[in-house]
Design a protein around this ligand. Structure first.
Ligand SMILES: NC(=O)C1=CN([C@@H]2O[C@H](COP(=O)(O)OP(=O)(O)OC[C@H]3O[C@@H](n4cnc5c(N)ncnc54)[C@H](OP(=O)(O)O)[C@@H]3O)[C@@H](O)[C@H]2O)C=CC1
Ligand SMILES: O=C(CO)COP(=O)(O)O
Length: 330
């Protein structure tokens, strides 16, 4: 099967490796020609996964149209906030029967749309042609072929199964699911909770605090999901609890690391300057807060993360605000 991965950052590159290890012929698009050239000539992506030798079945290119040629599966792995702009350029070159796969874990600023919604709108495809892959999948671990499981969500289960087959390897185990909304929300909101977890970590707070953040974070994610007709059980699975725990616990997480910068007292600008990679929760916390408010869903942790990130509120003030909310049943 011929596949294209658009985006040669950490996850796009690791995902290309999965597809190739599963037997696919993979074209990997890198925005910078130097990255494509380095992958072609050395077999390594020096900026994102310098320790991972990439399979020879991966053909790197800086030409998105070359990557898209004859691709039956098109994987999108760019930052959530640039997807609409990127896809508008690429859409006319996507094969009419191709399955589009979103790897992104964010919500669009301004529109509060999920990535699959942005894909449907921008590429002009039916929703059942879009699949989402989401789960506890830290790219550097997967690049080392460490075992992990994931979810392939699509409203067309035949397409989900096609993608499942294309990414099954001895170290990567995908499950299918038809709850696209739940899987996308699980992935996007866990990045915001991971920011809170990172803030708490840097404040020197202990495991009770962290477990409370994870559990109440999952509660507010589920509330938002239920308001958008997601299956609440999805949040107990890999794309919900699994990803939330994996991301919060891992020092490899960019969102948790970004939160640690904020928790040490860095401003948003200082934290951004200290961060090379995409930490989706930083922008998505605004969009998720707006989405929740529009649906009258309470998301207190998300609200406080937004205040710390974007309103300059000190972490200890945000924490006090969370702890002084009116008491209520669980
Ligand atoms: N990393 C991970 O472990 C996981 C990430 N994800 C999700 O995958 C998505 C992609 O993340 P990831 O690969 O990790 O991100 P990285 O930060 O590692 O890489 C970002 C990639 O996007 C490219 N890029 C940046 N700006 C633009 C733009 N304006 N137009 C087109 N391409 C651009 C970068 O190119 P350049 O190098 O030229 O700047 C780079 O290839 C995110 O939504 C993330 O949440 C999901 C699961 C795991
Ligand atoms: O989504 C991820 C793991 O599943 C990666 O999380 P970070 O973007 O925080 O590194």
């Amino acid at each position: 099967m011929r596949t294209a991965v658009l985006g040669a950052g950490s996850w796009g590159t690791a995902f290309a490796k999965i597809l190739a290890d599963a037997g696919g012929d993979v074209a990997l698009w890198a925005r910078r020609p130097a990255i494509a050239e380095a992958i072609r000539s050395t077999g390594y992506n020096p900026d994102y996964l310098p320790e991972c030798r990439l399979p020879e079945r991966i053909a790197a290119t800086a030409d998105p149209f070359e990557a898209l040629e004859k691709a039956e599966i098109v994987v999108l792995a760019v930052p959530s906030q640039t997807l609409r702009r990127n896809l508008a350029e690429w859409a006319g070159h996507i094969h009419p029967d191709a399955t589009l796969v979103s790897l992104m874990k964010g919500i669009e600023l301004g529109t509060t749309k999920r990535m699959s919604e942005v894909i449907v709108e921008t590429a002009g495809v039916a929703a059942d042609r879009v699949a989402v892959v989401s789960g506890p999948n830290l790219a550097p671990e997967i690049a080392l072929s460490q075992p992990a499981a994931t979810v392939v969500a699509c409203t067309d289960i035949a397409r989900a199964t096609l993608v499942q087959k294309a990414i099954t390897t001895p170290y990567f185990r995908p499950y299918t699911n038809d709850d696209v909304v739940g899987c996308e929300l699980g992935g996007a909101v866990k990045n915001v909770i991971a920011l809170a977890y990172g803030i708490a970590t840097a404040m020197g707070l202990g495991d009770n605090t962290k477990a409370s953040l994870i559990t109440r974070g999952l509660a507010e994610t589920t509330r938002l999901g239920v308001a958008l007709d997601a299956d609440p059980l999805t949040f107990a699975g890999l794309a919900g609890l699994g990803d939330l725990v994996g991301t919060c616990m891992s020092p490899l997480s960019r969102n948790r690391t970004f939160g640690e910068h904020l928790g040490r007292g860095l401003s948003l600008e200082q934290a951004q300057a200290a961060t090379r990679y995409t930490a989706e929760g930083v922008k998505s916390c605004l969009a998720i807060r707006d989405l929740a408010r529009s649906l009258r869903v309470e998301m207190p942790i998300t609200e406080q993360v937004e205040r710390v990130c974007h309103e300059g509120v000190a972490p200890k003030i945000a924490l006090a605000a969370l702890m002084s909310r009116e008491t209520k049943p669980e």
